[in-house]
Design a protein around this ligand. Structure first.
Ligand SMILES: Nc1nc2c(c(=O)[nH]1)N[C@H]1C(S)=C(S)[C@@H](COP(=O)(O)O)O[C@H]1N2
Ligand SMILES: [Mo]
Length: 379
């Protein structure tokens, strides 16, 4: 347990009052350092509660287009050769308050904290699929959880042969019940919803199942009138975690701007930071190691002269993708956006040192406004 003096460092739980067992809890990114999220502060997203699973009674079934349909017990799986990998996990609906007309007043983690980063240990999914003798016609894996929602979703087979993992451990200990105990899928860099928790079944097929979370949800109407589906990768994103909205900078002087950057497409190549609303940019230092599909911590010295300022960070990943300004993102995606909000985040510093969230950075910062938490809707 953390020191009692750190009792304020907690997740914020936002319950969906319309549906019992449905809600999310947010990682307090603005209160943390480094790149690994402690298990007790990992974000959570449940569609229908947390099942209490006895590992001795849980089994994983793999069937469909395979030669040997098989059940795997937890005890057996624990004997397989394992791998570890550090990667972030992010809900596709993270930061979606950014689509609102007014900038959110929530603290940084309670606006962007449906993302966490852990060291996951488990079995490459390819090992298990190969053992069941996967058929040449196989194109999709329909993964199903053992929660009351029995969440199911379609995953392209190629992801299993790229880097998907059947995870059993999280930061060295067995998965927490809330994060999928006794086993879950980890698909590095891909939308949180595909990382099925409490995994109990994979049906190998030649077509997607067209479940709720790939038809009515997780599809995005574009300005052209066509909708995007199966948008698996999380685009590059960054935000300054300190200082951040709701902070009061004590006075002019030297500060270290710190933040996090990540991309579902690979490594972060560069993070630029601006203190003048995007007119000029400086390259931030990136803490090593810079790992693909993981949190990367960036830092930059900043001399605050006591005048008003607007801080921004902009991530560029190894594919050359540049995190967009909000106006660009809204122009590209239109007004029906709900998922995949990854615009540049702007923090305005008022003359009194109060930090508030603004959109393009041209609005007047409202000094002394208390941050309030907002409900961002439900995916
Ligand atoms: N079985 C099951 N798996 C699930 C979910 C769920 O409700 N049930 N939620 C999904 C969503 S939307 C996200 S963002 C991630 C959240 O994982 P976490 O709670 O470990 O952070 O799990 C995914 N896997
Ligand atoms: Mo999610």
């Amino acid at each position: 347990m953390p020191s009692g003096h750190e009792s304020g460092v907690v997740r914020w739980a936002s319950a969906n009052r319309a549906l019992s067992g449905n809600g999310a809890s947010w990682t307090p990114l603005h209160l943390l350092e480094g790149t690994i999220t402690p298990n007790g502060l990992h974000y959570e997203r449940h569609h229908n509660g947390v099942p209490q699973i006895d590992p001795d009674r849980h089994q994983l079934l793999i069937h469909g287009l395979v030669n040997n349909p098989s059940f795997f017990t937890v005890e057996n799986l624990l004997r397989y050769p394992m791998v570890s990998r550090i990667c972030f996990l992010e809900c596709g609906g993270n930061s979606n308050a950014g689509w609102n007309i007014q900038p959110s007043r929530a603290a940084a983690g309670f606006f962007h904290g449906l993302v966490s980063c852990s060291e996951w240990t488990g079995i490459p999914l390819a090992t298990i699929l190969d053992e069941t003798g996967i058929d040449k016609r196989a194109k999709w894996l329909i993964a199903e959880g053992a929660d009351a929602f029995a969440m199911n979703i379609s995953i392209p087979v190629e992801k299993a042969y790229e880097d998907a993992m059947l995870a059993l451990y999280q930061n060295g200990e067995r998965l927490r019940p809330e994060n999928g105990y006794p086993m879950r899928l980890i698909l590095p860099g891909w939308e949180g919803v595909l990382n099925v928790k409490w995994l109990r079944r994979i049906q190998v097929t030649d077509q997607p199942v067209m479940a709720r979370n790939e038809t009515s949800k997780y599809t995005e109407l574009q300005p052209s009138g066509k909708a995007l589906m199966f948008t698996f990768e999380m685009e590059a994103k960054s935000l300054i975690t300190s200082p951040s909205a709701g902070n009061l900078i004590p006075g002019p002087g030297l500060y270290q701007i710190k933040g996090l950057a990540w991309s579902g497409r690979g490594r972060i190549r560069k993070v630029d930071v601006s203190a003048d609303g995007g007119r000029t940019w400086a390259e931030a230092h990136l803490d090593e190691p810079v790992l693909a599909r993981s949190f990367t911590r960036f830092r930059l010295a900043w001399q605050w002269d006591g005048g008003s300022a607007v801080l921004k960070s902009r991530a560029i990943d190894e594919t050359g993708y540049i995190q967009p300004e909000r106006s660009e993102l809204v122009a590209r995606r239109g007004r029906h956006g709900y998922f995949h909000y990854n615009a540049i985040v702007s923090w305005a510093i008022a003359g009194d040192g109060y930090v508030s969230h603004v959109y393009d950075g041209n609005e007047t910062p409202s000094a002394g406004t208390d941050p309030v938490r907002i409900d961002t809707g439900w995916d």
